[in-house]
Design a protein around this ligand. Sequence first.
Ligand code: G
Ligand code: G
Ligand code: MN
Ligand code: NA
Length: 254
Amino acid sequence: GKTFARIEEALQQHEFVLYFQPKINMRQGRVFGVEALIRWQDPGRGLLPPSAFLPAISDTELEVAIGKWVLNRALHYLQEWQQMGIMLTVSINIAPRHLLQANFVTELTAQLAQYPELRPHCLELEILETAALEDIERVSNVMQACQKLGVNFALDDFGTGYASLTYLKVLPVHILKIDKSFVIDMLSDAEDLAIVTGIISLTQTFGRQVIAEGVESIEHGLKLLALGCENAQGFAITRPMPAEALPNWLSSWQ
Ligand code: G
Ligand code: G
Ligand code: MN
Ligand code: NA
């Protein structure tokens, strides 16, 4: 339709931009990474969030094309920051269709080859928990091939899908991201707190890392630390920001 054509045009016209949201280790007080989050700088409507355009292109080749652009831009900024002496990991959100493309590993290899100064383990791919379970064997094989390149995986929105513990056992994910819907209300909702507590203890059992998103206050951070989750992402630290703003933000943080 019209929307689809407009989004296609936006990609050609370079109207997409990447914002970045820091991830911190609360115990060390250290920023260790950033998540790349796409925005559409529409000349007529201003800055649009992913919810305004990604649903219209879900599971299409255009979504894959945008995914390739995101990967390339994220690596570009990462290299730029590295050249400034800023050592970070960058996480990008990978759509299921993109990950399951026959040539995904080849693409990833080629993209990384464009940035030879970057160590592959500085790149983390965030996969939705729900997507990871669609075709568990294929997903697992692709993830293992990417891991051989040195690329890490995060299971995003963890807790919102139906991840069986068996799947968690076989998937080579190094970190689980506790979905913000549980984190935001955990200080007032006993059930959400139980879910957050359960996910943290699950990661300990399975020898995985854990990060909480939706950390909106100091109290959220303190509670998570007490529960054994040291890693956090959320508005209490900062909202996502343009790439150009990150170096200054990092200076003021330290
Ligand atoms: O940026 P915001 O905080 O509004 O993100 C909303 C949702 O959009 C997030 O759940 C995130 O996973 C998704 N999203 C953001 N950027 C990208 C992207 O580059 N690719 C994909 N596939 N999803 C993204
Ligand atoms: O891909 P993922 O769903 O993890 O994307 C993160 C999303 O969460 C983005 O839309 C980002 O803007 C949003 N976000 C990040 N921190 C917070 C927070 O503290 N509170 C809320 N409500 N949203 C957040
Ligand atoms: Mn994400
Ligand atoms: Na998420």
